[in-house]
Design a protein around this ligand. Sequence first.
Ligand code: NAP
Length: 494
Amino acid sequence: MGTQTSEQSVIEGVKKQLYIGGEWRDAAEGGTLGVEDPSTGEDLCQVADAQPEDALAALDAAAEAQKDWARHPPRERGEILRRAFEKIMQRMDELAVLMTLEMGKPIADSKAEITYAAEFFRWYSEQAVRIGGSYSISPDGAQRIITMKQPVGPCLMITPWNFPMAMGTRKIGPAIAAGCTMVMKPAKQTPLSMLALAEILEESGLPAGVLNVVVGSSSSDVVAPIISDPRLRKLTFTGSTPVGRGLMEQASENLLRVSMELGGNAPFLIFDDADVDAAINGAQVAKMRNVGEACTAANRFHVASSVADQFAEKLAEKLGSMKIGRGTEEGTQVGPLIDEDQRGKVQELVEDAVGKGAKALVGAQKMDGQGYFYQPTVLNDVPKEADLRYEEIFGPVAPVFSFDSEEEAIAAANDTEYGLVAYVYTRDFDRAIRVIERLQTGMVGLNQGMVSNAAAPFGGIKQSGFGREGGTEGIEEYLETKYVAANLPAEAPF
Ligand code: NAP
């Protein structure tokens, strides 16, 4: 009862309107859309359902605020981020309940995401005052070459449901630090964490119009008029590869700067010299964080044949003992998937693999009852032909493949259109470097099952996209370089 009341008060405490030009307002036609709890399938609440005219109003506000915001002192931009960081950390408990209710992940996972999300604000509060430029003498000595960094301008940000806050702060943090204004469109399935974040930024002193948030039931209709508007200068998208591709096409009309954080199909390589127990712990993190609904989730385990069965059995024991339940319940380690479509897709991939000869060591079933729960699953002896070797699973399913040589392991790892992240377990340093240099991914976890870190450049290659979020690189996505050719008089003091 106590928990229910606090869940209810957390939901009641969030503003459910659009945030445009520093005001909370209803959608143009007064419509709303329901936000569902994936552990029950029931609506938690209604939020304003933006129409294209609302999105344009949000761009109007962003465009109007851009000039002043670009001139806002960097130290103050940083301090707004720093205050927001503190507030997020102070409100951790209620924000975690909110995130778990709308997305389903266990409270511990929500807290981990919120900490990660807040770190982008802390990191970019420090970067805001370190935006540099350069000065050099041209090779013929006749001019001075000066470069300055300036904000790109109004940005459209589109984020997915799987990390409702961190995928936003990874964009908002550097944009604020760089002096860009924004229209943010979170996924309609998980808008509440972003609305709560907007309120925190408002309380932290972010001027009206710098961040505008629109949530809509028809994302394509809502963003189309903004993408084609010449006042918009950048599109940054995190989500699936097909949607990213379509948005890039739309962005080409307006020649927008584009960043794409897209899907993944991460290989997790375990060599015969690896510490197998450490690899199992890493595998659990890489597979089960966020119930497997992460672009960085290990999608396939390629294990040296001498240790493959041992690895698969131990992993099955570990995943099979995880507690499944509603994310807000004490001790839950595995929450529901986001919706029935996602669960159906996971089930189909498992059935396909088993039908082609894979052996289910644990799980391989959806759970009866309400909500979209799926059992943690380990499949051994998975044949190459199984669809899940090539498709993003986005669920708690670990397929184990075996290899006989380093060469075979590298070829298997790279045998995908995606290139976001790979994990490598080996105690042989020479081998680690040899393998990592040949992996076609933007990131590698070496003897660890997680790479996410606000201070590091996150991003992919191939069909996983381009651009980097986090680290010193992340702010460059929001800055233009202006070059000045300065024709100095001959008597310059040299
Ligand atoms: P999605 O279907 O591509 O949706 C992502 C976002 O795009 C949502 O806000 C969605 O809004 C919006 N959207 C969908 N269709 C659109 C369209 N035609 N025009 C404009 N906006 C559109 O992806 P998802 O299912 O939410 O997220 C899962 C995917 O994201 C996975 O592939 C995962 O790997 C990827 N991901 C990548 C990273 C990374 O950093 N590389 C991080 C996290 C997730 P609505 O949902 O409201 O329609």
